[in-house]
Ligand binder design. Structure first.
Ligand code: ZN
Ligand code: ZN
Length: 209
């Protein structure tokens, strides 16, 4: 019964998740300025991930990806879980999840016991302007050109401090479970995972040839 109530009405602070083609859906709960961090990441790896997906509308003109960081326990995939894939840009790289139905990015995670996911706003079925919290630019040193607004060279102290506080809080609350992306008990990715070759990575970064 609780399940049907949930799907019928979306709770306050919850956001519907939906890939570009609609075959993969989910929900992110308790997305509020206090409960997470809203950033735009200009780092080289996020840009490489977007180029790997080759999907328009992920990067802005300065190479920024809009992300909301929150505990994975608040992110559920409700439809098309079989479409979820993972790519790592190197053998020890961040786990980057996406859908293979239409190559929409889902989110980035450091590992199975890491209590937060950088949920990529392109997977949220909402206008970017509705994503809560003041958006801070991070890793502006990798940006293409000179992005406007509040952009730090790397991670500003305030953002790092907030992240550390949230991290501790989520860790204590066991924010990494339940987890749609990892088998937490086994410590393994719960979806098919690939590791990008160095050649492909360099090509995507425009370094080759
Ligand atoms: Zn899709
Ligand atoms: Zn990044």
């Amino acid at each position: 019964m609780s399940q049907s109530t949930e799907s019928a009405s979306i709770q306050e602070g919850s956001f519907r998740l939906r890939c570009g083609c609609g075959d993969t859906e989910g929900v992110a709960k308790n997305v509020t300025p206090r409960s997470g961090a809203h950033v735009k990441c200009y780092c080289e790896d996020c840009q490489t991930f977007a180029r790997f997906l080759d999907t328009s509308g992920i990067l802005d003109e300065y190479g920024g990806t809009r992300i909301f960081q929150l505990p994975p326990a608040r992110v559920q995939i409700t439809k098309g879980r079989e479409n979820v894939r993972c790519i790592r840009l190197s053998p020890n790289g961040t786990y980057r999840f996406y859908t293979d139905c239409c190559r929409t990015p889902i989110g980035n995670m450091k590992g199975p016991r890491f209590p937060f996911i950088g949920l990529i706003c392109a997977f949220m079925d909402t206008d970017e302007s509705e994503v809560p919290g003041k958006c801070r630019g991070v890793f502006g040193k990798d940006a293409i050109g000179d992005p406007p607004g509040d952009v730090a060279e790397s991670i500003p102290a305030g953002v790092a401090l907030k992240a550390a506080g949230l991290l501790l809080w989520w860790w204590l609350r066991r924010g990494h479970r339940p987890n749609a992306f990892f088998d937490v008990e086994e410590g393994e990715v719960a979806v098919p995972v690939d590791i990008m070759s160095l050649e492909e990575r360099d090509e995507l970064r425009g370094r080759s040839g």
